[in-house]
Write a protein that binds this ligand. Sequence first.
Ligand code: AMP
Length: 116
Amino acid sequence: MPTIFSKIIAKEIPSEIVFQDDRVTAFKDINPIAPVHILIVPNKEIPTVDDVTEADEAILGHMFVVAKNVARQLGIAEKGYRLIVNCKSDGGQEVFHLHMHLVGGKRLGAMLVRHE
Ligand code: AMP
């Protein structure tokens, strides 16, 4: 089912796109959690990580190459960054069009609070 990300990819609603090709679109998160917060989204609608198939392996790999290139483009590659993919409700996924968060521009600290 199409989400707001499909409209961003099709440029039907405004967003700050930093990279786009025939497979992937990368744009600024509207509610950033760090100085740099980019969403890297396959143009193909894949709802969640739980829906990926072997046919998606190339596009998923391409998302990492785009993440690396965008991180360099935005000047955060040298110090580093974090890539996050949330899956479904326990993973904190809000938009059901698979996406990778590229987050950086400051020291991010611990990824998760330790489970007790
Ligand atoms: P997730 O919780 O992993 O599904 O992340 C969804 C992300 O999409 C959140 O960080 C939102 O801030 C972001 N988001 C939602 N709507 C938009 C939008 N129109 N433009 C850019 N980012 C958005």
